[in-house]
Ligand binder design. Structure first.
Ligand code: MG
Length: 351
């Protein structure tokens, strides 16, 4: 294999292309090791007209947009494929059929360009982009999205899990409830979740289950109880939205707070799709203040899935010589846990 450094002879910074395809977004990002760090950020988001996201339909959509997304990333960055040092791809966790599209594109690019393929864990990438953009290098992390609810922090070589959901993720709770009661799709209106709009009209806390077991949370009982209550008294919907949101967000903040106090960390970050929620950020801010811990919001744009975070993590891994895979062996890992990934670059980030 030709040396990546000689291929990239015109500049001595590292250039990594990252591919994200774990859920609803096919993202292609290009990141450089020197300023400006973000050279391209292309996203193709799948939105079903009704119902939830079916993995097979997402995969079909991804296959039709993948090649355009790659082309656009090169056009926007003004780079050519020969400028790349490596291709990074999120191999998990996520939906199998969706992951396979990203993996296939990454394998093809890596083999064709004869550059390394780097396997990135999607959850780690959400953490790394948040550490990079906030500058909070040693935080406790609340990672909340449609598929994940995890409280984690670095300890002895890896991110350790200090609490997680025992069943469904917080984002899934909101989306499923909204769908079941006819508020969605679409799930987001004017930049806010439809549950937030619905909760604006409520003010009374209904009797719904708040479940924290040790350091873990659980939302499936809350979901069922909320739907039952709605079916019995549809006119209570605003109060049910108000209560569901209050309970769900309070429980993750509680678990994050205990992790913060236990570990003695002095920084808090929130990442993942649900990190776009003002309501969640306000709650976390109050909690962080009461512990004299720093909290900086991640920009909304980078809360959800994107290719930049995969490229960024790929770059950190490349520098430390880890995660390289033979394209023929780069299989997806649908249930790849973040605590299984070594993080030798910590607490460094770009810049
Ligand atoms: Mg995600």
């Amino acid at each position: 294999m030709e040396n990546a450094a000689t291929q990239n002879s015109s500049r001595n910074d590292l250039i990594i292309l990252g591919i994200e395809s774990t859920a609803h977004t096919f993202g292609v990002g290009i990141v450089s090791s020197s300023k400006p760090f973000i050279l391209a950020d292309i996203r193709k988001r799948y939105t079903p007209e009704k119902g939830g996201i079916l993995p097979r339909e997402v995969a079909q959509y991804f296959s039709t947009v993948a090649s355009d997304a790659i082309h656009e990333a090169f056009t926007v960055s003004g780079l050519s494929p020969r400028d790349l040092n490596a291709v990074a791809v999120a191999l998990g966790p996520g939906m199998g059929p969706a992951l396979r599209v990203g993996a296939t594109v990454a394998r093809a690019l890596s083999s064709h360009l004869k550059i390394p393929l780097i396997a990135v864990n999607h959850a780690i990438a959400h953490i790394e982009i948040a550490r990079f953009l906030t500058g909070l290098k040693d935080p406790i992390i609340l990672y909340v999205s449609g598929g994940n609810t995890t409280v984690t922090a670095y300890n002895h070589g890896a991110y350790r899990v200090f609490g997680e959901t025992l069943d469904i993720a917080l984002g899934n709770l909101q989306d499923t409830f909204a769908r079941e009661v006819g508020l969605a799709p679409p799930y987001i209106r004017n930049g806010r979740h439809v549950i937030d709009h619905c909760a604006d009209k409520g003010s009374f806390l209904e009797d719904l289950p708040y479940v924290v077991k040790g350091q873990d949370v659980s939302f499936s009982g809350l979901l069922t109880a909320a739907i039952r209550k709605y079916e019995k008294s549809p006119k209570l919907l605003p109060d049910i939205c108000y209560t569901l949101r209050e309970i769900a967000y309070s429980s993750v903040v509680e678990v994050t707070e205990r992790g913060l106090a236990h570990l003695g960390k002095k920084q808090v970050i929130v990442t993942g799709g649900v990190a776009a929620s003002d309501f969640l950020n306000e709650k976390i801010e109050v909690m962080a203040k009461s512990h004299n811990a720093s909290f900086i919001r991640i920009p909304k744009k980078y809360a959800g899935d994107n290719g930049v975070m995969i490229a960024l993590t790929g770059l950190l891994m490349y520098r430390h010589g880890i995660g390289f895979m033979e394209p023929s062996k780069a299989f997806i890992k649908q249930r790849w846990r973040l605590d299984k990934v070594p993080v030798p670059w910590y607490p460094d980030t770009l810049g």
